[in-house]
Write a protein that binds this ligand. Structure first.
Ligand code: GLU
Length: 481
């Protein structure tokens, strides 16, 4: 059997859309689940869209996600170059071959004529084959030699139908007369995507073409090109779009749609990959957390979902939280440190202790700055915080608790979690009150917020004796006032 060869063929736009990344992932998993090769090809023939540094973004994203490519511009391979602009001179001879066989033709129509045609035909617009019928090959060669601008168009048959089978969408048949004579070579000499993808996929020995479903409707035209060249048609796997809701694509306009939007917020690439894997593919079990290795084992192209995948940011956040919880302490420390350094606690407190409080409480690291803001600066809170029905506290209970707690804590010989815990528990017992009637007021006095990572004991330990007592005094003062 032929070795499976798949490719990811992004255009370097500077950002990696999550839908694109998911295509890359499925393409990678398809190859890897079959012992095949995953190829990276950079599609940069649209020079107007060129963005400096954009190719690096693609390399970095794939590397961060653990999708190593076997061939590509940066790693080489037998089918290079892997950057389309560096293959520029290769496409024209193929187009010329089609011209000579009558399957493509030179077109000299001016933008004005095309504009007119478009205005006349409206929605039904397709090129009218004017140059096919009026310009002989000899005349075309003469005009080109004289420097006249031209494009090369595909000569699509006007009768009959074209059919193909897609692994996800099934058999698709179109009437040829609905297809446009698309441009293969542009006026600047560059191939269009429509032409280059066929030539490159063939020359690179791609067995499975996996890409977004937006290319589905053009695929019959690509097949006509394969047939014109007498080349084997690859297996097609068109992937449903990633949607924001039932009718809208996930787009930057609606908020976060790029990989970097999430990594900037402290999402883990592994979690993003895991989430995207399940967005449109099902393992056929209830398992939700997958390592890349497990995905490679489990992936099966037949379990791709045909319906559009609706992106669920809440689910992604949940999954990221699961990855954070599962981290060992050292890895977590490494991740959390830069977020502490960038927050109000920078350089203060015990990061490891602080990290322990946060590990099970965050879903993404960018929640941290806000969650720890109360540490260096006690917020100016309202005494209403001391009233809590379930904890059975109100300002009177709280004032009493704070006064006693202050006394119990002030005289502790050592200041650590055990000592603080024991002192407060002894106090609760002595007073014959509920735990919450002491812990809640103390926690409020220490944090000034309704909810904080950790309770009274952990926070008192992190703040230290002096600051904790000062905050309790402040609470007493507020409650007295
Ligand atoms: N360059 C195209 C894109 O970024 C690739 C489509 C394909 O995979 O063939 O959408």
């Amino acid at each position: 059997m032929k070795t499976v060869r798949t490719r990811f063929a992004p255009s370097p736009t500077g950002f990696m859309h999550l839908g694109n990344l998911r295509s890359a992932l499925y393409t990678y998993l398809m190859a890897k689940s079959q012992g095949g090769k995953f190829i990276l090809r950079i599609e940069d023939t649209d020079s107007a869209r060129y963005v400096e540094g954009a190719t690096q973004v693609i390399y970095d994203t794939l590397a961060a996600c653990g999708m190593e490519h076997d061939e590509g511009p940066d790693v080489g391979g037998d089918y290079g170059p892997y950057i389309q602009s560096q293959r520029k001179d290769l496409y024209l001879p193929y187009a010329r071959r089609l011209v000579e066989e009558g399957k493509a033709y030179y077109c000299f129509c001016t933008p004005e004529r095309l504009e007119q045609l478009r205005a006349q035909m409206g929605e039904e617009y397709k090129y009218d084959k004017h140059c096919l019928h009026t310009v002989t090959l000899e005349e075309a060669d003469r005009r080109i030699a004289a420097g006249e601008p031209y494009v090369i168009r595909q000569n699509v048959p006007t009768t009959g139908t074209t059919s193909f089978t897609d692994m996800v969408y099934g058999t698709i048949t179109v009437e040829n007369d609905t297809l446009d004579d698309m441009i293969l070579i542009k006026a600047d000499g560059m191939p269009t995507y429509n032409f280059a993808n066929v030539i490159d996929d063939h020359l690179m020995g791609i067995t499975h073409v996996m890409r977004g479903s937006e290319y589905l409707s053009s695929t019959p035209k690509y097949n006509l090109l394969y047939e014109a060249f007498g080349w084997e048609i690859p297996v097609y796997v068109h992937l449903p779009q990633v949607m924001r809701d039932a009718t809208h694509k996930l787009s930057k306009r609606d908020g976060d749609a790029y990989f970097s939007d999430y990594t900037d917020k402290g999402y883990l690439p592994e979690a993003i990959v895991n989430y995207l894997a399940l967005l449109g593919w099902s393992p056929g079990t209830t398992q939700e957390i997958f390592t890349m290795e497990e995905l490679k084992q489990a992936f099966d192209i037949h379990n791709l979902n045909k319906s559009p995948a609706i992106f669920d940011a809440t689910k992604l956040a949940w999954m990221n939280g699961e990855y954070i919880k599962a981290m060992d302490e050292k890895t977590f420390d490494g991740h959390v440190r830069p977020w502490f350094d960038r927050s109000a606690v920078a350089g203060r407190y015990d990061y490891t202790k602080l990290g322990r409080l946060l590990k099970t409480r965050i879903q993404h690291f960018d929640e941290i700055p806000e969650m720890v803001a109360f540490l260096p600066t006690l917020p100016d809170y309202d005494v209403a915080l001391y009233t809590h029905k379930k904890m059975k506290t109100d300002p009177i209970v709280a004032l009493d608790a704070l006064k006693d707690a202050r006394e119990a804590l002030a005289s502790l010989p050592v200041w650590d979690e055990t000592a603080i815990h024991d002192a407060l528990m002894a106090l609760i017992e002595r007073k014959g009150v509920k735990n919450g009637q002491v812990f809640w007021p103390v926690r409020v006095a220490l944090t000034g917020v309704l909810s904080s990572p950790g309770g009274a004991i952990e926070i008192a330990d992190i703040l230290g004796r002096e600051e904790s007592l000062a905050r309790i005094d402040k609470g007493i003062e507020k409650l007295n006032g």
